[in-house]
Design a protein around this ligand. Structure first.
Ligand SMILES: [Zn+2]
Length: 327
């Protein structure tokens, strides 16, 4: 019987998504055509992560943006991931940072179009079961849509005050400089969200009492990104790369000790080399890009090595079954 579980997930945000966050030049808004240039997140970063995961026996969850799938080389990387046992989950069709400001009908279409694109890469009997909102912003309408469309889990809640404050400051600063970010500050309720999996009711940031649980054929779980209890320091890719090196081992051990279930979220850019195509223009805006590739590998080896001593790695969709058996 598995005692402790860690799920590693990657949001496959392309370099165009980062340009949008930093208010840089316009990015494609529609589906990618099959002959559009491939994005280095797919061609360079993702193969590195897949190789690393193979080394540690990690089957991960990849959150895919539906519009990116038409590019043949992107689809090839995702097919490799499916063959190697990774889960493909839905990161919406267009990755709009304003998803939570859309009408419920438009949210439903972002979710269903994303799933349709991804399911083209899956065996016929397999459906997409998990969703993550762009920019960690979710709301009651998103959860309603996920329940209607038969989802098993949402993993969009990041209950991390240091991250929330940093994001709010950056968005404010960019607006002052007349270069507005296309990202938005979400509901501050996220700051008080549970730091463990829970069953939400209407409110995506609160656990529902048993009597308030909403019906449906299956229960929809919320799987927040794990943070350190108390101070709520984040354990996402960027923080693992930016913490002082001396603190990394004790931080990861502390996270492992305090969580029987760990939800570790990474982004493709976390294993990007600044010399990879298209990365240079982001250098002034992404301090983590300045960390050398060698240092990045070293830090991920430390992290995965430590976690593999105490936790078994399962994709989020399988972790939900495990969590349900424990509760
Ligand atoms: Zn994203």
């Amino acid at each position: 019987m598995t005692q402790r579980v860690c799920s590693v997930s990657i949001d496959i945000d392309t370099l165009a998504c980062y340009a949008a966050i930093h208010g840089l030049a316009p990015t494609p808004t529609g589906p990618m055509s099959s002959d559009a240039p491939a994005d280095a997140i797919y061609t360079h970063a993702m193969p590195r992560f897949l190789d690393l995961f193979a080394k540690y026996g990690i089957r991960a969850t990849l959150f895919v943006i539906g519009r990116d799938i038409d590019q043949t080389r992107h689809a090839d990387v995702l097919k490799r991931a499916v063959d190697e046992g990774h889960e493909l989950a839905n990161h919406s069709f267009n990755h709009s940072y304003r998803l939570t400001q859309m009408s419920e009908q438009d949210i439903a279409s972002e979710v269903s179009q994303g799933a349709e694109a991804i399911e083209r890469l899956l065996p016929e009997d397999q459906r997409v079961r998990g969703f993550r909102c762009p920019g960690y912003n979710t709301n009651p309408a998103v959860l309603r849509v996920l329940r209607e469309q038969g989802y098993r889990y949402d993993s969009s809640v990041f209950p991390c005050p240091p991250y929330y404050l940093a994001k709010a400051s950056i968005i404010g600063l960019l607006a002052l400089r007349g270069r507005p970010s296309r990202s938005i500050v979400g509901s501050p309720q996220v700051l008080l969200s549970p730091n463990r999996p829970f069953i939400p009711g209407e409110n995506p940031h609160r656990e529902a009492k048993a009597s308030q649980r909403l019906g449906g054929s299956e229960t929809l779980w919320e799987l927040p990104m794990s943070v350190l209890p108390g101070v709520r320091l984040p354990m996402i890719g960027t923080s693992l790369l930016m913490y002082p090196r001396w603190m990394l081992g004790s931080f990861v051990r502390g996270m492992a000790r305090t969580h029987s279930f760990l939800n570790l979220e990474l982004h493709g850019i976390d294993i990007m080399d600044p010399n990879d195509p298209g990365a240079k223009r982001l250098l002034p805006h992404q301090p983590d890009l300045r960390v050398s590739l060698e240092e990045k590998f070293d830090r991920f080896h430390t992290t995965f090595g430590l976690l593999s001593r105490t936790h078994s790695f399962l994709p989020l969709v399988e972790a939900v079954d495990w969590i349900e058996r424990q509760s």
